[in-house]
Design a protein around this ligand. Structure first.
Ligand SMILES: NC(=O)C1=CN([C@@H]2O[C@H](COP(=O)(O)OP(=O)(O)OC[C@H]3O[C@@H](n4cnc5c(N)ncnc54)[C@H](OP(=O)(O)O)[C@@H]3O)[C@@H](O)[C@H]2O)C=CC1
Ligand SMILES: O=C(O)C1=N[C@H](C(=O)O)C[C@H](O)C1
Length: 267
């Protein structure tokens, strides 16, 4: 596999980075195909859709990087197929549990032992506003008695709570645990169904509403004060600078990276 970018991140002229998009007919897949076609130094070589043989499509197209925007129930299988084909992977699809991540780490280690250093970037959200909101929330979390997360999305979304909200809640919970902060106070004795999901002890609420795209609020409360961190993706193009960045970077980051904040050096 050749190095397709210079140290400055400027695309080299001799060889574009060849990109395959999995889920190419979906909302994110279509937008990603457009972004790849418009990006300097990237070449869209395959649009992979449901029913296609992923491994075959990657081999036939000679892809260097696969971008997966499919479904939570097929994304892991696609990543393993790409790694078998010797292709780096950028994943935006949600549903990545610790167990799934562990299996991908093991697969990457096997490939590395065979002499092939591959990279996988899994990012629950590629939007800069969302990545910053998550980062700010994790920073603020230790200073507040209470914290809850609300995610709001279009009603065609398959999963809840969102990958972004789950990632946010986990980061908030980890920051509070590291600082020795007590759980958010909650005197609820009945009606727990209205209290949202419990993600590592942080309550997460999901709204589905026609007209919305992808939005998140993190509410942090102390006696007499509140901090609200809110981000809004009004259009799927907001995810594209992050996707293109990850495509360019993934070949330089062997192993599994979870979260665009690491690529942006926000960690
Ligand atoms: N990380 C991020 O920044 C973002 C992540 N997402 C996540 O991305 C995922 C996709 O979202 P979205 O584009 O809205 O969903 P869509 O349903 O619009 O698109 C998914 C596409 O994948 C296709 N597909 C299903 N199975 C396969 C397969 N095995 N191989 C190839 N293609 C397949 C679907 O086909 P069919 O319709 O026939 O099932 C569909 O065309 C979700 O998990 C979502 O949460 C979304 C936005 C931003
Ligand atoms: O399905 C979506 O639309 C989105 N999914 C991701 C998530 O679950 O966090 C990212 C963004 O919120 C849009």
């Amino acid at each position: 596999m050749t190095d397709h970018v210079t140290d400055e991140g400027t695309p080299a002229t001799y060889s574009p980075l060849r990109v395959a998009v999995l889920g190419a007919e979906g909302r994110m897949g279509r937008t990603t195909c457009d972004a790849v076609e418009a990006a300097a130094g990237l070449e869209l070589v395959a649009r992979v859709t449901r029913g296609d043989d992923v491994a075959q499509a990657l081999a036939d197209s000679g892809a260097d990087v696969a971008v997966d925007f499919t479904r939570p129930d097929v994304t892991e299988e696609n990543v393993h197929a790409a790694l078998d084909a010797g292709v780096h992977v950028v994943v935006g699809t949600t549903g990545w549990t610790a167990e799934r991540q562990g299996r991908v780490r093991e697969h990457l280690a096997r490939r590395a032992a065979e002499g092939l250093d591959l990279g996988v970037i899994v990012a629950p959200n590629f939007g800069l506003s969302a990545v910053l909101a998550m980062t700010f929330a994790a920073k603020a979390a230790r200073y507040f008695e209470s914290v809850e997360v609300i995610e709001l999305h279009h009603p065609d979304k398959l999963d809840a709570p969102s990958g972004t909200a789950t990632h946010t809640a986990r980061a908030v919970a980890a920051a509070r645990a590291a600082a020795g902060v007590a759980p958010s106070p909650d005197a609820t004795e009945s009606g727990f169904g209205a209290r949202g999901a419990d993600v590592d002890g942080v309550r997460v609420h999901a709204v589905r509403l026609r007209g919305l795209v992808a939005h998140e609020e993190i509410l942090l409360g102390n006696v007499g004060e509140q901090l609200v961190i809110r981000q809004d993706s009004f259009d799927r193009v907001s995810f594209m600078p992050g996707v293109v960045l990850a495509v360019r970077e993934v070949g330089r980051r062997p192993g599994l990276t979870v979260g665009l904040e690491h690529v942006l050096d926000l960690d």
